[in-house]
Design a protein around this ligand. Structure first.
Ligand SMILES: [Zn+2]
Length: 147
């Protein structure tokens, strides 16, 4: 499918191409989340309603999941090339504190052609880093991260 002037969709792909995620529009902003897991992944999330995106996997592709803490969402990555592709809510909303009751998912925009995203605002959420890492207000008690 060739992109046209009216085609605003964006397509993300893991490195080996086994997992692709397509969204109908640019994200409102990109969140380079600094929580204990996203910092390790180096992920840069764009948020979408879960029913907005289309996830496709090639035959024989294996999607691995990592779920931790309060198990609100799963991080999904390609078992072949290891790229983190998206997170997905594991139960109905509200899932995250920022989602205001909407059924959101996160698409890793690092798997998108960067030229398409060059004018999208990029936010670094460092609020977790100005308080002690083990603060009960910012760290999940079941956080497996060890520094
Ligand atoms: Zn892959």
């Amino acid at each position: 499918m060739a992109a046209t002037d009216t085609d605003t969709s964006i397509r993300s792909s893991c490195h080996c191409g086994a997992i692709t995620v397509t969204a109908p529009r640019l994200p409102e902003y990109i969140n380079v989340c600094q929580c204990t897991i996203c910092r390790r992944y180096g992920a840069a999330w764009g948020y979408y309603h879960a029913d907005e995106v289309k996830i496709e996997t090639k035959p024989n592709a294996v999607t691995k999941q990592y779920v931790w803490g309060d198990r609100d969402l799963s991080f999904n990555f390609c078992d072949n090339c290891g790229c983190v592709c998206y997170w997905w809510p594991t139960r109905p909303p509200p899932v995250c504190t920022f989602d205001e009751g909407e059924y959101l998912m996160g698409l890793n925009t690092n798997n998108v052609n960067p030229e398409i995203l060059r004018f999208v605002d990029r936010k670094f959420e460092y609020s977790q880093m100005v308080v002690p890492l083990r603060s009960k207000d910012t760290a999940h008690p079941d956080d497996a991260a060890k520094y």
